[in-house]
Ligand binder design. Structure first.
Ligand SMILES: [Zn+2]
Length: 270
């Protein structure tokens, strides 16, 4: 299965780019994935019609596909909704090693995130709340139920043995309106929809001397029990990215729903 994943990842890396990320992933069509996207954000998303995503607030619909064929770097730079769903994210308590430029979840439509969480720092701040995180106070968004999902993560982490959950007991940050290092793209932290864990256990592709598209392997130090808890409640892990960021978890319930529906199991035995 792991080999199959690698082969298909490579295949998608080549073919999806050539086809403008239009190839179906794991038996799910783009329409299937869009239905799961709408279901994952019921607070804001209404339906899909005429190639556009419609919103409950009656605001302007968002085009799903800009029709451009993109390299991975270009998809990262200016993703549309279709690009955002193009790389399947695997779930389960097993590590996965991504092929070059397979970064499931790292390609994001900033236009969509702004509609889900707020289009400016002030708009995001208006929807923040403070939650208790093992004695610390973290600011996260209430939009899309992210705060409630993170509280479920916390409560499940608290059930793990103390030695296992140790890396999750400290957070290096949640809300922070900022761009991703070395880019002019907003980090998901800008929307209050991501959490970084203790940097003492973190591995990050830039710290490891990586360059875009040329990244060394890393040895994971975040227990997979922690990853499994986050995924259970709709968060993806940056440790599954080729451009890895192992302290980073972000709320992406659509990708978790797609993985569950498609049976994309990180642990499937070879
Ligand atoms: Zn982060």
């Amino acid at each position: 299965m792991r080999r199959l994943f690698n082969v298909l990842s490579l295949w998608c890396g080549l073919v999806c780019v050539l086809a403008g990320h239009a190839a179906p992933a794991w038996g799910l069509s783009l329409d299937d994935k869009l239905a799961l996207l709408v279901a994952a954000y019921p607070q804001s998303l209404s339906h899909v019609a005429d190639g556009r995503l419609h919103f409950r607030d009656g605001g302007p619909p968002l085009a799903i596909d800009d029709g451009r064929t993109k390299t991975h770097a270009q998809a990262l730079e200016s993703a549309d909704v279709e690009d955002m769903l193009s790389q399947p994210y695997p779930i389960g308590p097993c590590e996965t090693r991504s092929e070059v430029d397979i970064d499931p979840g790292r390609v994001r439509s900033e236009a969509l995130l702004k509609r889900l969480y707020g289009a400016s720092r002030e708009a995001v701040i208006r929807q923040l709340t403070t939650i208790d995180w093992f004695g610390a106070r973290l600011k996260v968004t209430t939009a899309q139920g992210m705060d409630r999902a993170l509280l479920k993560v916390r409560d499940d982490l608290a059930k793990l043995p103390e030695t296992v959950m140790q890396p999750a007991s400290k957070s290096a940050g949640t809300f922070n309106w900022r761009v991703i290092a070395g880019t002019d793209r907003l980090s998901v932290h800008s929307f209050g929809a991501a959490i970084d864990l203790d940097t003492a256990y973190a591995d990050y592709w830039l710290w490891a001397g990586g360059r875009p598209g040329d990244v060394p392997y890393y040895k994971n130090r975040v227990p997979m029990e922690i990853v499994e808890v986050f995924e259970r409640h709709g968060f993806i892990w940056g440790g599954r990215w080729y451009h890895f960021d192992t302290m980073h978890f972000e709320y992406r319930p659509e990708l978790i729903a797609i993985a569950r529906t498609a049976g994309f199991d990180a642990c499937a035995a070879p």
